[in-house]
Design a protein around this ligand. Sequence first.
Ligand SMILES: Nc1ncnc2c1ncn2[C@@H]1O[C@H](COP(=O)(O)OP(=O)(O)OP(=O)(O)O)[C@@H](O)[C@H]1O
Length: 604
Amino acid sequence: MAVMSHSFSVDLGGLIDLLSEHLYSGPEVYVRELMQNGIDAIRARQQGSGEVFSPALGFEISNETLTFTDNGVGLTPDDIHTFLATIGRSSKRGNIELIGQFGIGLLACFLVSEEIELVSRSASGTPPLRWLGRADGSYTLEDGPADTPIGTRVTLSAREGRAEYLLPERVSEWAGDFGGLLPFPVAVNGVAVNGQGAPWLDTSHGEEARREAVMAYGAELLGVPPLDFVDIDTGAGQVRGVAFILPWTPTLERRGQHRVYVRHMLLSDREEELTPRWAFFIRAVLDGQGLRPNAARDALRDDGELRAAREEIAAQLRAYLVDLAGRDPAALRRLIKLHFLSIKALAAEDDAFLQLFMPWLPFETSAGSLALPEYLALGSQEHPEIRFSGDLNLYRQAAQLALPGQTPIVRAIYTYDSALLSRYAALNPGVRLTQLSPNDLVQEFSALTPQELAQTATLREVARDTLLPLDAEARVSRFDPAELPALAFARPHRELARTREKVGGAGGGLWTDLLGDLGAGGQEAAMEVHFNVAHPLIQQAARLPDAPLLRRVLGMLYVQALLLGQHPLTTRELALLNGGLADLIGDALAGAGLGERESVSRLN
Ligand SMILES: Nc1ncnc2c1ncn2[C@@H]1O[C@H](COP(=O)(O)OP(=O)(O)OP(=O)(O)O)[C@@H](O)[C@H]1O
């Protein structure tokens, strides 16, 4: 068979479905696409002749028919043949000052209208033309009205089920959002829907008035006045704007809700890529003249320009904090109180920043929330030491032991805490950093005197026999606080097995750090429990003979210690607690003269 040459044809209906289902967030994007074309056309007219004219965009809406007008550069008959007759062809490719690139934006109008009527007169002086495109892919071309002014007019009539997208109040809202920063008016039915451009750029009334206007803009954006704002001005991507300091601590999910414009047109209210990851404490409003949107125009294209702009923004936020530290320490303290997590994240990446901000950052410690200088002041001045635990369980147990004269323990369980402490110690060689291990806890216990050893012989033996079947090794020692009768802690390498047993394989993790240090254990018990000979209850128990009562008391004290240490209970431990409680209540009732039968009949 001879080789035959054919052309692809495109099913416009299918293409429109594709755009509406997969590319655009909703049919309302037609408003944005019309405006973007108008803005590009105005920019092209400004670039072209240099003639003076007052740029303006307008929507006129009545009876479900919308007419959008711009006084931009317009289209010549050649332009119409070249760019409107071929989908995917754009006059703007390569012109980085214009937003359009792909030659598909106008198709968005088919999401709401069966036909697109475009009447245009080019600034170059060619006669006006009227182009009528239909959703089936056909179009007609004829002369336009002789009185057509320079610019372009697009008319749409609501297709079935789309009338709501052409309601004046909705179009006003979208046009106001999309064009919020445009430096020229956008009107819907004669009423301006946008402001007077970006308030941070308006220096005509002096710096104080500018600051006030920016703070007012921030208050409207956030719903409450921001703490402050940082001016942003980058070379890469030519980004201008402000970063508002949030007056609340943002949750992790609400991070990165920045409002980003490209060439004054709103791109997204939830942009995440233009600001550094650690900047949780800001909500930015940024307008990039040199940034490029993706085809859906709901996010920025991830290119070198974007990355370079982000670096510059990071440097400017950092410089703001450094400057604030010198200029207004009280303001910095307020900011740190709300945003220390964010600042810790930044300090973990940057040594100079860490040295500067470490004295201000709060850490949770067994002596309360303290900044490092306050913390170090509590310990030895000769041999400054930071004792920390990255393990919540271990920390809790250690914190219970308020050992006098000892350095408090830092609870380093947030992502950046351990990293920050390590960097701080590396940069300050005089400060020793000690990570707490379970063995350190035991060393804080004092051994018994020979007399106490003799007095507790039975207690120790019964405790060992009672608890070993529960996989716990019992010891009797003396420790502070004396109010604590027993203290239980898990042996790290066995705790994992214990957790697995309890939660059916889904647990683990808590001890994984320590596991590496200590290696796999032998056959020893999973838990270690210390009974405190300083406690009156233990002293009394020591006087009991080996009897069921002593066993029950020790078992219950053990379960209480487990609960105190926030260890989850195994089924057997739970049974021990229930059985012990029932026995104790039974004994108490019997002591009060209520026999078992009697108490049951009374309850009934
Ligand atoms: N209001 C207008 N004024 C002047 N020319 C216009 C106007 N609207 C559309 N055009 C011409 O039609 C072409 C196609 O427009 P369309 O919106 O489909 O794509 P684009 O703006 O080039 O790119 P994108 O798909 O990225 O928006 C444009 O490149 C431009 O030449």
